[in-house]
Design a protein around this ligand. Structure first.
Ligand SMILES: Nc1ncnc2c1ncn2[C@@H]1O[C@H](COP(=O)(O)OP(=O)(O)OP(=O)(O)O)[C@@H](O)[C@H]1O
Ligand SMILES: [Mg+2]
Length: 242
C-alpha cells in the first residue's frame, strides 16, 4: 500500500511509514493540544514536495489562521510563498458565504452545500492532493440531527477519496483524559485516528500523542511525547511520557 509521508519529525515512524494514500485521518484532542498546528504542518510539508494542499478552517478567519501559523512556526521560510503561489490554499467561512446572502432564514443545508461546492471547486482548480478540515466538530453544527451529520460526513470522506485526496480532519475530544476518553462518531467512520493530549506532570503539562487506529498499517500504540518548535512539530519516538 502506498503511503504519504507527513515529513513531520518522528510522526512517520509512529504511523508505520506514513498515512496510506487517499485515507482520512482524524486528529482529535482537547483545546490547545496542537490539532491545527499538526494539520497545517501536514499541508506545508506536502506543498514543499509538490502536493498541493487545501486548508478549510471553520473556526478561524484566514488572517488569524495564517498569523498564528506564522508566529508558531517562525522558521517556515516558504510558508507565505506557498500561499501566494496557491500551492497551499486557505478557505474560511468568508470565502464561501456571499456578502449578499440574506442574514436570516438561511438553512444550514444551504450553507453546507455552498461549502461543499467550494471544496470541490478548489480541489479541481488546484489539483489538490491534501485536504484539512478544521474542525469536523464545527461541521457538526451545520446539522440538527446526528444521523444527517454522520451521513454527510461519510459522503464527504468518500468524495475526497474519489478525488484522490488524503485528508486530515480535526475534532474536539469529549473527554481529554486518556483513561476515560469517549469515542465519537468520527472515530468509527475514519480510516485513522490520532489522539493528542496535554498531560499533567507535576506543575506543568506536556504534549503527547498516540495513534489509535490506522487502517492497513502496522503502527505504534505507544503514548509518545511531542513538542511544537519553530521548525515544526517534533515527535520523540522511543521516549516515554512518564
Ligand atoms: N512557538 C511555539 N512553541 C511552542 N508551543 C507553541 C508555539 N506556538 C504555539 N504553541 C502552542 O500551541 C498551542 C496551540 O496549538 P493549536 O492551535 O494547534 O491547538 P488546537 O488544538 O488547534 O487548539 P484549539 O482547540 O484552540 O483549536 C498553543 O496553546 C501553545 O501552547
Ligand atoms: Mg485549532
Amino acid at each position: 500500500m502506498e503511503k504519504i509521508k507527513t515529513n513531520i519529525k518522528g510522526l512517520d515512524v509512529l504511523l508505520g511509514g506514513g498515512i496510506p494514500i487517499h485515507n482520512n485521518v482524524f486528529i482529535c484532542g482537547g483545546p490547545g493540544t496542537g490539532k491545527t498546528s499538526l494539520s497545517m504542518e501536514f499541508l506545508y510539508r506536502g506543498a514543499l514536495n509538490g502536493d498541493n494542499g487545501l486548508f478549510l478552517s471553520l473556526e478561524e478567519d484566514t488572517n488569524s489562521l495564517i498569523d498564528n501559523a506564522t508566529s508558531t512556526f517562525t522558521k517556515w521560510s516558504k510558508f507565505n510563498q506557498l500561499i501566494k503561489e496557491k500551492k497551499l490554499v486557505v478557505l474560511t467561512q468568508e470565502s464561501y458565504i456571499h456578502v449578499d446572502m440574506p442574514e436570516t432564514g438561511v438553512s444550514p443545508y444551504y450553507t453546507f452545500n455552498k461549502l461543499y461546492d467550494k471544496i470541490n471547486e478548489t480541489i479541481e482548480d488546484h489539483k489538490t492532493k491534501r485536504v484539512v478540515i478544521d474542525s469536523a466538530s464545527i461541521l457538526n453544527l451545520f446539522f440538527t440531527d446526528d444521523l444527517e451529520y454522520r451521513r454527510t460526513l461519510l459522503n464527504l470522506l468518500r468524495d475526497l477519496k474519489k478525488k484522490g485526496c488524503t485528508a486530515l480532519l480535526t475534532a474536539e475530544l469529549q473527554n481529554v483524559n486518556r483513561e476515560t476518553v469517549r469515542f465519537a462518531i468520527e472515530h468509527f467512520v475514519a480510516d485513522g485516528v490520532i489522539l493528542l493530549y496535554l498531560l499533567e506532570q507535576q506543575e506543568r503539562r506536556i504534549s503527547a500523542m498516540e495513534v489509535l487506529k490506522m487502517r492497513g498499517s502496522e503502527h505504534s500504540k505507544v503514548l509518545t511525547p511531542f513538542k511544537i518548535t519553530p521548525n515544526g512539530i517534533e515527535v520523540f519516538v522511543g521516549e516515554r511520557v512518564y
